[in-house]
Design a protein around this ligand. Structure first.
Ligand SMILES: Nc1nc2c(c(=O)[nH]1)N[C@H]1C(S)=C(S)[C@@H](COP(=O)(O)OP(=O)(O)OC[C@H]3O[C@@H](n4cnc5c(=O)[nH]c(N)nc54)[C@H](O)[C@@H]3O)O[C@H]1N2
Ligand SMILES: Nc1nc2c(c(=O)[nH]1)N[C@H]1C(S)=C(S)[C@@H](COP(=O)(O)OP(=O)(O)OC[C@H]3O[C@@H](n4cnc5c(=O)[nH]c(N)nc54)[C@H](O)[C@@H]3O)O[C@H]1N2
Ligand code: SF4
Ligand SMILES: [Mo]
Length: 725
């Protein structure tokens, strides 16, 4: 007997609806669900690999403890006791801040981790809380907080209705869309073109998205703020601004107008690599389009002026009248609204506390990842001596490379909640492996806030979990109950544990319903209706939400937050990015459809084919260094060195090289047999954690100055092999 189960893919922000055929306890077939209101049948190779992830013999099934004789399996209650005892011991001996918590990217895709992570952090009482936010979307959140009054008020492109899409520093055809839940984005871009619209891409690399676009412009890495400021300058200088209905709710446009005056197209042309005429034409086209969206993603966030980029992107949408209107950049109306539910979600905070060593400010309850390594290494009161990682792989994902790896190795105690024994969790004393993604229930709390259409979907587990195994939420709930202090905390931990994610979600929907009249979907979506709609509930296209949805005190948009204006004043078009002696190239990253940051490299079907961890280099640059396709190159930055094969291609602009992140699976002591066979190198060995955007404390991961030299074909020097350990 076979049955078909509908479920949302939890791997990336596209949140595709998938159909699983289940037979004899396993998945025998998987395909895209054509009745899903958003993904309409789309599925990528990673989704198709979910059964392989489930079956992966290297995926951990039982808790592990490190011993002198190697890893030992534990039963769950012993494992949770030992984990909690170890964390508590460090807290008691060295104070709460001595225990750090790092929650990785998959937390955002996991209902249980989202609902139960906070309790553990509260119980630990630590200020050393970290996540990839500060190497990712922090600039978007800070801009949302300052302009619209809430960190989560991040408007998304109304892709299905726009006539003109300007993509800056994003490659949705590889990433499947980010800060914009829009599955099948390739089809959606094609649809823009079919209805007579245009897609333009600004990127130092001719990506798949750029190839699909009507126009692609190379830009020098890290120079987007200049381009965006110049576009605004043209719009103001030519009197093209028309903020429309929202004009009455905006403060500070005159300050913006004055601040962009120096950024004329002719001044920024040289530094950006885009001609003045092209910049003027782009600004005019944006202003003239019936509807338009400027959309910028990670390429414009993880640079020295990342916040300024995201701010200027909001302004371009605003002054051309495209903010909060169909076909423009719009705010969502999620069924479970974090802004609505009893105001449970904080608007956002900056600088409530500072990091001990460098004094960098907290943002929304977290410190920047840039400081984790030094907080572990630097002795003194408040030094981090224990770490809890939850679904994260900082050993590969954070800037810092070997220094960070050594810091993790030197901790007194470490616990990891993770599916694998990988580069990070190999340092743990206790590893707590959750059920596989196919064995857990799912609802998107985060990505419904960022979806290009209002949708909601409940997914029951596809497969029945093995008896006695624990899901992510049960693991965190178990830690929470053990770590909770005082009667109130203990009672809360016990209550949450009894409810579980499913009943908490049902409760959230009930609370939404009570707010009848305040929220567009109040009372319309009960948990029963949600559960019955196995393909998902379509709540319709995005609707204008301003000014009602603003969370600023006066319910007005602040177009000119002081810190942002000041950063613009610091932007000198002619200042070269600081390049130490001989570092004459700029390094950018890239993503592949077949990767998911640093994980999923252990699945044979995703690792088949050509080596993906290669250095892309322009033919002119390669020839100048005596490098050809497949030749080995030594890449050196002011911070570190890697050795990697070269792929010569004119898809990168001259002067720019590209290396993906998430590789470097050549550490001893991992259990990743497939990944370790093709380890690649860790690009973060080249990136100095001290490189940050001072406005938003986001790590600068793009535009790193590097030198590249030839090593000869097939010759690996000892420094590549030498870092096994
Ligand atoms: N398949 C797959 N999907 C993923 C992920 C994955 O690893 N694999 N990761 C997920 C995560 S965590 C995230 S945050 C999202 C990210 O989603 P995207 O932002 O779409 O990610 P990228 O594909 O890295 O695209 C960034 C683009 O910016 C360009 N770029 C680099 N530097 C600059 C610059 O200075 N200026 C400009 N204009 N462009 C620049 C790069 O060449 C690249 O094409 O993807 C998510 N989706
Ligand atoms: N140089 C450079 N560095 C980057 C980036 C870049 O573009 N360039 N991108 C940055 C970005 S945007 C991000 S988001 C970060 C990602 O950084 P991280 O979140 O630290 O890294 P991931 O590779 O996503 O690691 C996810 C971990 O979670 C585990 N895992 C997967 N699913 C589950 C689950 O359901 N439950 C549990 N408990 N564990 C699970 C995996 O085994 C893996 O160990 O990397 C950042 N680092
Ligand atoms: S695009 Fe993302 S959500 Fe869709 S199947 Fe692929 S990994 Fe899953
Ligand atoms: Mo990310």
């Amino acid at each position: 007997m076979s049955r078909t189960v509908q479920a949302t893919c939890p791997l990336c922000e596209a949140c595709c609806g998938l159909l699983f055929t289940v037979e004899g306890g396993g998945v025998t077939r998987i395909r895209g669900d054509r009745d899903d209101p958003l993904s309409r049948g789309y599925m990528c190779a990673k989704g198709a690999a979910l059964p392989e992830l489930h079956e992966d013999p290297d995926r951990l099934r039982r808790p592990l403890r490190r011993t002198a004789r190697g890893w030992e399996e534990l039963d769950w209650s012993t494992a949770l006791d030992l984990a909690a005892d170890g964390l508590r011991a460090v807290k008691q001996a060295r104070g709460p801040d001595a225990v750090a918590v790092y929650r990785g990217n998959p937390n955002a895709h996991n209902l249980g981790l989202l609902l139960f992570g906070h309790g553990v952090i509260r119980a630990l009482g630590t200020r050393n809380v970290y996540s990839p936010t500060s190497m990712d979307q922090l600039p978007h959140m800070l801009v949302a907080l300052r302009m619209y009054g809430h960190q989560l008020l991040m408007p998304v492109p109304d892709l299905d209705r726009t006539d003109f899409l300007l993509v800056v520093g994003a490659n949705p055809l590889a990433s499947n869309g980010s800060a914009m839940t829009s599955p099948a984005v390739g089809q959606r871009l094609r649809a823009i073109q079919r209805r007579g619209g245009r897609v333009v891409v600004i990127d130092p690399r001719r990506t798949r998205t750029a190839e699909r676009a009507d126009q692609h412009l190379f830009i020098r890495p890290g120079r987007d703020a200049l381009l965006l400021a110049a576009m605004l300058q043209v719009i103001f200088a030519e009197g093209l601004e028309r903020p429309g209905r929202l004009g009455a709710f905006v403060d500070g446009l005159d300050a913006v107008r004055a601040a962009v005056v120096p950024f004329t197209p002719s001044r920024v042309a040289g530094p950006t690599g885009i001609t003045a005429e092209t910049i003027v034409a782009l600004a005019r086209e944006l202003a003239a389009a019936e509807t338009a969206v400027v959309y910028g993603r990670i390429g414009t966030s993880v640079q020295a002026h990342g916040v300024t980029c995201q701010w200027l992107i909001q302004l371009l949408n605003l002054v051309t009248g495209n903010l909060d209107r169909p076909g423009g950049l719009m705010f969502t109306s999620p069924a479970v609204d974090p802004l609505g539910i009893l105001r449970l979600s904080e608007p956002g905070t900056v600088g409530q506390w500072r990091s001990r060593v460098q004094g960098l400010p907290e943002f929304c309850g977290e410190l920047p990842v840039a400081v984790l390594g030094e907080e572990i290494r630097t002795p003194g009161e408040g030094q981090v001596r224990a770490l809890l990682t939850v679904a994260g792989n900082p050993a590969l994902s954070m800037p810092g490379g070997p220094a960070l790896d050594r810091a993790l190795a030197g901790l007194d105690f470490m616990v990891s909640v993770d599916l694998y024994l990988n580069e990070t969790t190999r340092h743990a004393d206790i590893i707590l492996p959750p059920l596989s993604p196919l064995e857990r229930e799912h609802f998107d709390l985060v990505f419904n806030i960022l979806a290009i259409r209002n949708v909601a979907k409940w997914s029951a587990p596809v497969l029945t979990p093995p008896a006695g195994a624990l899901g992510d939420w049960e693991i965190l709930s178990g830690l929470h109950r053990r770590l909770a202090e005082g009667r109130r905390q203990r009672a809360m931990a016990a209550l949450l544990g009894r409810l579980g994610p499913r009943r908490l979600l049902a409760l959230a929907l009930q609370i939404e319903a009570r707010g009848a009249g305040l929220l567009p979907f109040s009372g319309r979506l009960t948990f029963r209706r949600l559960e019955a709609a196995v393909h998902g509930v379509d709540l319709g296209p995005l609707e204008p939400r301003l000014p009602a949805r603003l969370r600023t005190v006066e319910k007005r948009i602040d177009a000119a937050p002081a810190g942002f204006i000041a950063d613009l004043a610091r932007l000198d078009p002619f200042r070269q990015p600081s390049a130490a002696e001989g570092l004459d190239l700029q390094l950018i990253g890239r993503r592949s459809l077949l990767s998911n940051n640093s994980w999923m490299h252990n699945l044979p079907r995703l690792m088949a084919g050509a080596d993906r961890c290669t250095l892309l280099m322009h033919p002119v640059d390669a020839a100048a260094r005596g490098l050809s396709n497949g030749g080995l190159a030594r890449v050196r930055s002011a911070y570190g060195v890697v050795e990697v094969p070269v792929e010569v291609t004119d898809a990168v602009m001259p002067g720019v090289v590209s290396l993906p992140h998430g590789f470097g699976h050549d550490h001893e002591g991992t259990r990743l047999s497939v990944a370790a066979a093709r380890p690649g190198v860790n690009v973060n060995r080249l990136i100095d954690p001290r490189a940050i955007d001072p406005v938003g404390t986001t790590s600068v991961l793009t535009g790193t100055a590097v030198a590249v030299s030839a090593l000869g074909r097939g010759r690996l020097s000892s420094s590549r092999r030498g870092h096994r350990a």
